[in-house]
Design a protein around this ligand. Sequence first.
Ligand code: ADP
Ligand code: MG
Length: 241
Amino acid sequence: MSAPRLQMEHVCCHFEGREVVCGIDLTVRAGEVLCLLGPSGCGKSTTLRMIAGIERPSRGIIRADGEVLSDATTHLPPEARGIGLIFQDFALFPHLSVAQNIAFGLRGTAAQNRARVDELLERVDLQGYGDTAPHMLSGGEQQRVALARALAPRPRIMLMDEPFSGLDNRLRDGIRDETLALLKEEGTAVVLVTHEPEEAMRMADQIALMRDGGVVQTGAPYNIYTSPCDKDAAAFFSDIN
Ligand code: ADP
Ligand code: MG
């Protein structure tokens, strides 16, 4: 079998001598969605930032397709990792058009970039909006532009930190489902951070339940829901009907 798209082995992170995340072992395959689920402060964003290369692990190994991204001697910078990021703040560049925003990270020829931008505008259902300024679009449309921008360089891994929590409920389900469907189609491995069990149950192929800087349980949503590892895990899911 091919190497997993993303693999973390016993990864830890220290801040000022304090271990805030430790012993993270995770595997994500191409086209799979892994949800990091847990209460505020448990270390979800720190874990994501280590995968992105923004924080350096104090221990452990992070690999993508078998290639070492971080270990004791190696630490590839974020831009060399082939990893895309979508955070809650979807900030687009206000002085650039929609098409220029999407093309921002592309390194091809002008013609190649234009073709990729057109393809993505169609995918996110914004054909004809390439020359529009971002502020002319609704919040949901701007978010679709940000998604297209993150997808444009064909990242092998997409990291998403609570990207849907700023949207109102009416928009959220649609955008969430569309986004994940698009990423799956592209064969991207997704790590989605959320503190909402319902979101994880709906979106994840695998859930990693986090607490106090560690992963306490990993498994398919149904398995974790029906067989939580302890009382706290059960309580965390108890609000879902
Ligand atoms: P989550 O995303 O699950 O809410 P975080 O990963 O943001 O949790 O934070 C985990 C812990 O690490 C928290 O106790 C937080 O205060 C601490 N932490 C995060 N970033 C830093 C930092 N840059 N310096 C010091 N402590 C930090
Ligand atoms: Mg966070």
